[in-house]
Design a protein around this ligand. Structure first.
Ligand code: PLZ
Length: 471
């Protein structure tokens, strides 16, 4: 169904690499969503795909452009998910598509451990340059976010000669067995898959909305709890503390000011490496290359993935040469780690993000629009409303949905709001330990009109679900 498309420029303003007409950046609801063709394809897939693979919105895509997903039924859906914070430059970005196409015509694969290619070291140089701190840096490339986290743990253990890892409540670090041990939430991630590796300890996360002692005490008490945990474990046993700069799957939780600085001070005092998981929050998502920059903290190791290669699988661990180079040749790698196609894509992503301030600046524009549409819906002191909080940074924003005027999580209302958005052609995701957070991860290139349209639909859905709840 390309007849809905009219020739317009890609929202990046660049000439399209695709010879077909770009998709008009506008929402079109042509059928029920999912439509008949998607429904049929979904039914078919149940006979071939394992049931463990869930889908947020079971529509089948024909193509995608900018912030628009065109499904096989001709619906044009506004993408406020970016494939979970991956396609930050938007779909079918001309520079990205061209970089991958050009590399594909040269060679697809050599395995970096067999023969080298310049793209790999070029990506490492770019990553080293954006990592905070003055030390000389090194990077190693992998394929998935979980793999980056696994390798950060391996490197931390090798460097410190210690065994234990501290993670935080609500954390998400991946689905491999070690990272599942680091991930907090039981269902659907961990249920049935244990036992998990030992030597992983969990500290409370400074979660202002839900901190029992209140927002004002959140940083101080969370840091005390972290120190208490270290005392129990024995800080001399702890190789690394691993933390998301803004928690992703756990509910887009932004710790209050001073929390990261405190964690940095405590870990440094005990010779514990601080690993920042920037898999979801990094690469421009929050308006800076890394979200940890907002806190002015220098972690030891940084894990990036997702938006790093804009949709091609690539992840990385970056840190001081002194730490990274403790592992000798042959100690790190993987058949596909740092694939040439992914490296070519990542270089295009770096070029675009660093070209001018427009893309990174777009994160602030997106945050302002989200706040403008959704903050008026935050529950007032009169106990009305189901939006307990609007939070996040830049293009990583979320709202927490609770029973009217309380902080009792309301996963049913959250689900109903997401479903109403999906039915109207707006793709939003949910997250959170209590399944009551709606998250917004639009591509940075999304235009104001499209964003306003998507956010109006979301605000309308919240209002009608709240009314039905009697709020
Ligand atoms: N660290 C902070 O957000 C991936 C997971 C989706 P992989 N988040 C999306 C799902 O349900 O599987 C993630 C993350 C943070 C690590 C990861 C893991 O990255 O590339 O999915 O392995």
């Amino acid at each position: 169904m390309t007849d809905t498309a009219v020739p317009t420029a890609h929202p990046s303003g660049l000439e399209p690499a695709d010879t077909r007409a770009p998709l008009e950046q506008r929402r079109i609801v042509a059928t029920q969503i999912p439509g008949p063709k998607s429904t049929q394809l979904h039914e078919k897939r149940t006979h071939s795909v394992a049931r463990g693979l869930g889908t947020v919105l079971p529509v089948f895509l024909d193509r995608a452009d900018g912030a628009i997903l065109l499904d096989v039924d001709g619906n044009q859906i506004i993408d406020l998910a970016s494939g979970i914070a991956v396609t930050s430059l938007g779909h079918n970005h001309p520079a990205l598509t061209k970089a991958v196409r050009d590399q594909a015509e040269k060679f697809l694969h050599t395995c970096y451990m067999v023969t080298e290619y310049p793209g790999y070291s070029d990506v490492c140089e770019r990553l080293n340059a954006i990592a905070p701190g003055d030390s000389d840096k090194r990077s190693a490339l992998f394929t998935t976010g979980a793999e980056a986290l696994e390798n950060a743990v391996k490197i931390s253990r090798a460097y410190t000669g210690r065994t234990d890892i501290v993670v935080f409540d609500h954390a998400y670090h991946g689905r491999t067995l070690f990272t599942l041990g680091m991930t907090s939430k039981e269902a659907p991630y961990k249920a049935g898959f244990g036992p998990f590796p030992a030597h992983i300890h969990r500290a409370p996360l400074a979660y202002p909305l839900r901190w029992e002692g209140g927002r004002d005490k959140c940083t101080e008490e969370a840091l005390t709890a972290f120190e208490d945990l270290l005392e129990r474990v024995g800080p001399q046993n702890v190789a690394a503390a691993v933390i998301e700069s803004i928690q992703g799957e756990g509910g887009f939780i932004v710790p209050p000011e001073g929390f990261f600085a405190g964690i940095r001070e405590i870990t440094a005092r005990h010779g514990i490496l601080l690993v920042a998981d920037e898999v979801q929050s990094g690469m421009g998502r929050t308006g800076t290359m890394l979200a940890i920059e907002h806190d002015d903290v220098v972690p030891d190791l940084i894990c990036t993935a997702k938006a790093l290669a804009g949709g091609m699988p690539l992840s990385a661990v970056t840190g001081p040469a002194q730490v990274m180079d403790v592992v000798g040749p042959g100690g790190l790698g993987g058949t596909y780690a740092g694939s040439p196609l992914s490296c070519a894509a990542a270089l295009a992503v770096f070029d675009e993000l660093e070209k001018d301030d427009e893309l990174l600046g777009s994160a602030a524009r997106i945050e302002a629009a989200v706040r403008r549409h959704l903050e008026p819906l935050v529950s007032g002191s009169d106990g009305n409303g189901i939006v307990a909080e609007v939070r996040g940074r830049g293009a990583m924003m979320a709202i927490e949905i609770c029973k009217p005027g309380t902080i009792d999580a309301d996963p049913e209302a959250t689900k109903a709001i997401a479903a109403a958005c999906h039915a109207q052609g707006v793709l939003v995701l949910t997250c959170g330990t209590y399944n009551n957070v709606l998250r917004l991860l639009p591509p940075l290139v999304i235009g104001d009109e499209l964003l306003d349209d998507g956010l109006s639909i979301l605000a309308g859905a919240i209002r009608s679900v709240a009314e039905a709840d009697g709020a």
